[in-house]
Design a binder for this molecule. Structure first.
Ligand code: PEP
Ligand code: MN
Length: 341
């Protein structure tokens, strides 16, 4: 971090400012020029509040050189992180560090018949994780809100029947207990900056799929991951799920360039959600392939046995047949890239 000191600051004032900064655990190098005095802060500057410093009466400008996140930063953890999910019958399924994680299933669990049929189909096609929402964050309070606890029970039944690990969205802290059987906790776009929830997840030991908020920058996504990791849980998977832009031809704009960027800046696995990213089922195979080509460690895809009758997100849900075809292509992609699927 570099601090340009305001002209007219006395030597004593600058020394006092430097001493205050050193109390925060950094070393301060003073560089006094004829026109400008500059302080160079070295060491771990993550805990230094740049905005507060900017408001200091002696400070002209603050320039951050290092990213404000540490635990999620590749600089301090050069190797890719691999997240292992224990499987029911023993063994593990891994995501990251050369292992692609393909999560598939309906937006929402609707009936036993629906989740069982989809679970069996995606397993047969080669999916690694079964998705299914039980508590749904819907824009309208009059829309289907998910089956709640019953939906979670049906998802767990499908897990037991197929052996697939499961992922479901958690919306509030007090639901954490009933997510006991859920293997990966999904934090949705709307909750990416629910900091109390993120802190609580830092105390739990389950992998967390953290979706990018639709009006959040990639740095904010990494800072949200940092919240979870700072609490002691370093099993975070980042998810690009599209952001809101001026264009409306797709539901969101799937920001594929965030994938190589996040992979460069962080060691955490990064996956894409081409279903919410486009909102259009016919685009999902193309954008899945594009995400993998861009370096994603996997995807989360909505699959429904009868998309036209789906209670949520039918327009963006692909059928089991389309998913099976897509998996065949992904197996070839994985082989070309030397990755495990
Ligand atoms: C979902 O996965 O069904 C969902 C609601 O996702 P997002 O939080 O990305 O909108
Ligand atoms: Mn959905």
């Amino acid at each position: 971090m570099i601090i340009a000191v305001k002209r007219g600051a006395s030597g004593d004032e600058v020394r006092e400012l430097s001493a205050d900064l050193e109390k925060q655990g950094v070393k301060v190098h003073l560089s006094e020029g004829d026109i400008q005095t500059v302080l160079g802060l070295v060491g771990d500057t993550t805990a230094i509040d740049a905005e507060a410093l900017q408001a200091h009466h002696l400070v002209e400008k603050v320039i951050r050189v290092q990213e404000p996140y540490k635990r999620a930063n590749r600089l301090f953890h050069p190797e890719d992180t691999r997240i292992d999910i224990p499987l029911q019958g023993g063994g593990t399924r891994s995501i990251g560090a050369g292992r692609l994680g393909i999560m598939a299933g309906p937006c929402s669990v609707e009936t036993r018949g629906q989740i069982t049929e989809v679970a069996e189909a995606v397993k047969k096609a080669g999916a690694g994780v079964l998705r299914g929402g039980a508590f749904k964050p819907r824009t309208s309070p009059y829309s289907f809100q998910g089956l709640g606890c019953e939906g979670l029970d049906l998802l767990v039944e499908a897990k037991k029947a197929t052996g697939l690990p499961i992922i479901s969205e958690l919306m509030t802290i007090n639901q954490l207990e009933i997510f006991d059987q859920v293997d990966i906790i999904q934090i949705g776009a709307r909750n990416m900056q629910n900091f109390n929830l993120l802190k609580e997840l830092g105390r739990c030991r389950k992998p967390v799929l953290l979706k990018r908020g639709y009006a959040c920058t990639v740095t904010e996504l990494l800072m949200a991951a940092e919240y979870i990791m700072a609490g002691g849980n370093d099993r975070v998977i980042l998810c690009e799920r599209g952001i809101r832009t001026f264009d409306t031809y797709t539901r969101n704009t799937l920001d594929l360039s965030s994938i190589p960027f996040l992979k460069r800046k962080s060691h955490l696995p990064v996956i894409a959600d081409p279903s919410h990213g486009t909102g259009l089922a016919w685009m999902v195979p193309a954008m899945t392939k594009a995400a993998i080509a861009a370096g994603a460690d996997g995807v989360i895809v909505e699959v429904h046995n009868n998309p036209e009758k789906a209670l949520c997100d039918g327009e963006q849900s692909i059928t089991p047949a389309v998913f099976a075809e897509l998996m065949d292509t992904l197996k070839k992609y994985a082989a070309i890239e030397g990755k495990e699927l």
